[in-house]
Write a protein that binds this ligand. Structure first.
Ligand code: MG
Length: 242
C-alpha cells in the first residue's frame, strides 16, 4: 500500500499511535557506514543460502521456490510468491543481507518492499528507506505495523545491508492464550534498532495485530512484494529456549 492510507483509528498495543500513522515521528537517520563484504557463517549455523541454489527454500504450497539465483544472491521474482525455508525454527539468531533495486523506482511502500517473516508470521520490514517517506511503522527494519526502528540505519539502494535478528518465539498456553509474546532484537547494518521488543501479534496490514496460536516451530519466510529485492548469506543459529 502507498503512504497516506486511512487508519482504523485504533491505537496499537502499548502506544498512542494508530497503525501506519503518517503523523508518527520518523526515527532519526544514522549513517551506518559503507557496505561490507560478507563474513562466513559461524560453525554451528544452519546455512539457508550460500549463494548457490534454493535447495533450502520452497513456495507456500511446497513446490520449488522460483526466485532468481545469480552471482551469489537470490532475487524476488515478480509474481513468484513468498519463499519459505524447508526447515522450521523456533527461537533463533538470524543473519541475512539484502539489497533493494538501484536506481530506486516508485515511492513509499512500493520502493524495494520485501520482508523477513519470523515463523512466517512476524515481519521485520525490508524496504528502501533511503530518503523515502513512508509511515514510521512500515519503514526498513520496522516491526511492520507495530513498532518503528529506534533509528533509520539504511544504506542507499543497491548497497548490501545486514539484519542480525534474535527472535524468541511466542509461548501459548494449552487454551491458546498468550503466555509470552514473541520478542525480537534487531541490528540493522550493525546498529541496534529493536531491543527485546514484543510483537503485539501476527503481522497484518492496516489493522491492529493480534495473536493466534501456532506450532512451536515454523519456517522462516521472505516476502515477494513485486520488487526485485536481493538476498545473500542467509543463516540461522537455533537457540536453546530460555
Ligand atoms: Mg514488506
Amino acid at each position: 500500500m502507498s503512504a497516506g492510507i486511512s487508519n482504523n483509528g485504533l491505537a496499537q498495543g502499548g502506544t498512542e499511535w494508530p497503525v501506519h500513522s503518517m503523523d508518527r515521528p520518523r526515527p532519526p537517520v544514522v549513517d551506518p557506514g559503507p557496505e561490507r563484504p560478507s563474513a562466513p557463517p559461524p560453525a554451528d549455523a544452519v546455512v539457508l543460502f550460500d549463494g548457490r541454489d534454493l535447495a533450502q527454500w520452497q513456495r507456500a504450497d511446497g513446490s520449488p521456490a522460483r526466485w532468481r539465483v545469480a552471482q551469489g544472491y537470490m532475487e524476488a521474482a515478480g509474481g513468484s510468491g513468498n519463499v519459505l525455508t524447508r526447515r522450521s525454527f523456533g527461537d533463533v539468531q538470524v543473519h541475512l543481507e539484502w539489497a533493494t533495486p538501484s536506481p530506486a523506482a516508485r515511492e513509499g511502500q512500493a520502493r524495494g518492499n520485501s520482508g523477513v517473516f519470523l515463523m512466517g508470521h512476524y515481519e521485520i520490514q525490508v524496504l528502501d528507506s533511503w530518503r523515502n517517506e513512508t509511515y514510521a511503522d512500515g519503514q526498513a527494519a520496522a516491526i511492520f505495523g507495530q513498532t518503528p526502528p529506534l533509528v533509520n540505519a539504511s544504506r542507499p539502494p543497491g548497497a548490501w545491508q545486514t539484519y542480525d535478528i534474535i527472535f524468541r518465539r511466542p509461548r501459548f498456553a494449552a487454551d491458546g492464550s498468550v503466555l509470552q509474546p514473541a520478542r525480537v532484537t534487531v541490528l540493522h547494518n550493525g546498529v541496534l534498532v529493536h531491543d527485546a521488543v514484543a510483537f503485539t501479534g501476527r503481522t497484518v496490514h492496516a489493522r491492529q495485530a493480534r495473536y493466534e496460536p501456532h506450532a512451536d516451530r515454523l519456517p522462516l519466510m521472505l516476502q515477494e512484494h513485486g520488487d526485485p529485492v536481493r538476498y545473500r548469506n542467509i543463516w540461522v543459529r537455533e537457540l536453546a529456549e530460555n
